[in-house]
Ligand binder design. Structure first.
Ligand SMILES: *Cc1c(COP(=O)(O)O)cnc(C)c1O
Length: 376
């Protein structure tokens, strides 16, 4: 008999989600207003701290798109974006008909390389246009080199959009990811550390920004008695039903972070004697990762990546490739790229391992046994 599938990072409900959905039904607030939205936003603001203002939206992608709109990114503008990421970080640049400029990763966090970023900024300036934004990502939950990236942002006065879609619960020097950007985003997609079934949030530093976000996210209706519109708006608000799930999930966020980090320790333990498999971990104590997904690099001298993938598949264990960097994507390869293709090399040699917070001891054993059987 085939064993149950072990997924990469499945949704993991906490208990109160249904209660909050029921509340929405009971009060008939089933649309884009209601106490679930208010409470969900409040709990995120409390959790993130640092005077954050949170707008709950229909997706992380919508949050990035709104961030670009707020920063007045228009046709022909340059926007710098980390290459090693999920495609949703970059697509909103094209929605705005702006021009993406991609930046490679460095080896300590796998995120935006400050040197390559500065080269990219200088290139854009040499073309007569300062970039309108820098999209920096905390991939797999690992914070990017915050101090170094923010220093460049300040030096050239270019705002940072922090894509912390995968990094809720991570921090850098004790400060929460999702609070470093001029605008920051989080995703609540189904496989993220907590989910609203689908959703996202945009985080800003002022009530004025939040009001502007709400305005744009709800069709940009002018303050008139009749329908009057002077700007392009969107239908990007989160529903009060989804927010009910999020409200319940916030109650277990701390547990989920603990569980994710504990799974990382599990991998550290079982992989230490397996030659040719290197678990990716935080470079030092300044970087506190939620370890949304555990990732490994495989040394070709000892092991063949495709064999491992195949072997895991036979045992019904889901693995995934790492993000295939944007500069190598058919959609994006024609755009400028700065760096040495470190991200391309880790894509070639890396893999994501099952990291679900509901991973049982039996599942852990299966993973351990599978690793032990891999032929060297
Ligand atoms: C998931 C993700 C997004 C998009 O979030 P959605 O809520 O799925 O739209 C953006 N950036 C990164 C890095 C992601 O992992």
């Amino acid at each position: 008999m085939k064993k149950d599938k072990i997924w990469l990072s499945p949704p993991h409900m906490g208990g109160s989600e249904l209660k909050y959905i029921q509340e929405a039904f009971d009060t008939n607030w089933v649309s884009q207003h209601g106490s679930n939205i208010d409470e969900f936003e409040k709990s995120l603001e409390n959790y993130l701290g640092n005077n954050s203002f949170v707008t709950a939206l229909s997706s992380g992608t919508a949050a990035i798109h709104l961030a670009l709109s707020l920063l007045d990114v228009k046709e022909g503008d340059f926007v710098i974006c980390q290459s090693f990421t999920f495609v949703a970080s970059a697509n909103p640049i094209l929605y705005q008909k702006a021009i993406p400029v991609f930046v490679d990763s460095e080896s300590s966090t796998w995120n935006m390389c400050p040197n390559a970023l500065e080269d990219a900024v200088k290139y854009c300036i040499s073309q007569g246009k300062k970039p309108k934004a820098i999209i920096a990502v905390s991939a797999y939950g690992m914070p990017f080199m915050v101090d170094e990236i923010l220093e460049i942002s300040r030096k050239y006065e270019i705002p940072v959009i922090e894509d912390s879609a995968e990094a809720l619960g991570s921090n850098y020097k004790g400060k929460s990811c999702g609070t470093f950007g001029d605008l920051s985003i989080i995703s609540f997609n189904g496989n993220k550390i907590i989910t609203t079934s689908g959703g996202g949030a945009l985080i800003s530093k002022s009530k004025i920004d939040k009001n502007k976000e709400l305005f744009l996210a709800t069709q940009a209706k002018d303050n008139k008695d009749y329908y009057s519109h002077s700007e392009i708006g969107y239908n990007y608000r989160m529903s009060n039903i989804s927010a009910g799930i999020g409200r319940g999930q916030m109650e277990v966020l701390e547990d989920r972070i603990k569980q994710k980090r504990e799974i990382h320790d599990f991998y550290k333990e079982i992989l230490k004697d397996i030659e040719g498999v290197n678990l990716f971990s935080a470079p030092n104590e300044n970087f506190y990762s939620n370890y949304w997904l555990n990732t490994i690099l495989i040394d070709k001298k000892y092991l063949i990546k495709e064999n491992i993938r195949e072997f895991f598949l036979q045992n019904n264990l889901e693995t995934r490739y790492l993000w295939n960097p944007m500069h190598l994507q058919p959609l994006y390869s024609k755009y400028k790229f700065f760096g040495n293709n470190f991200s391309g090399i880790i894509f070639d040699n890396g893999m994501c391992l099952p990291s679900g917070t509901n991973l049982t001891d039996t599942c852990r054993n299966r993973i351990f046994e599978t690793f032990k059987k891999i032929k060297h």
